[in-house]
Design a protein around this ligand. Sequence first.
Ligand code: PAF
Length: 282
Amino acid sequence: MQVFYTGAEWQKNWLHALQSHKIIGFVPTMGALHEGHLDLIRNSKKSSDITVVSIFVNPIQFNNQEDFDKYPVLIQQDLKLLEKENVDFVFMPKLETMYPEKPSISIQFGELETILEGEFRPGHFSGVGIIVSKLFHIIRPHQAFFGQKDLQQVAVIKRLVADLSFPVEIITVPTRREEDGLALSSRNLRLNSEERAKSLILYKSLCSAKNELLEGTNWLEVRNQIQQRFEEEPLAKLEYFELVETEKFTVMNSFDSSQKASICVAAYIGNIRLIDNLPINP
Ligand code: PAF
């Protein structure tokens, strides 16, 4: 496994030799790797010849300073996991390498900016769009792998790739869950044992809402029931519980089984913000 720290190193030593005859798969991460990331890596290893993983906690996508300050950093453990997965290359740029200066541009994603994560995390998707563009320009992968847990991020990145004609195929990998259903996330490391137990309210709410919808209950009624359930749980604070069309990520006010739909949730458990989603008709 080869670790590199600048785009110049990658381009001078490896990219040109590999690009013409190898499929380069890319898994961008912010580290604190878990089985969900490893699923992305295993998918990349299956469908690409070379797998590059980046680890970079991107400050400009955090709209909350405390979330950034407390974001788990576990470099040695991450490198061991990557070595074990036989990853070919790891890109670990320094902050000054990625942002010698604060970027002067921002990227707007239209409607996607105003709903769900876009509404509750102003500037977040611009930060994601900028870092993913920079990483794509540096690594120049043929394929890039993203987790379905961040469903709106997937929609944003597909728009980025389409709008800016990046020659990259975006591949979405299903959400990995703990045995009890909690979606894996680096932020789960920050939950104490009581919060960890209460965090199941997200997955349980998604499952019961999906069942209700499939039994024919009206979406707005389903959402009301879930909002009440959150109100009764003092450790949890619901931000949104929405039904969306899965591909374009537009909000739906009623369930239409002819369209691919997913339910998305964001909630604080204590001080930790978690998100999750469940496809209704995959
Ligand atoms: O999903 C993430 O971990 C981040 O948003 C990403 C895509 C690595 C960009 O920083």
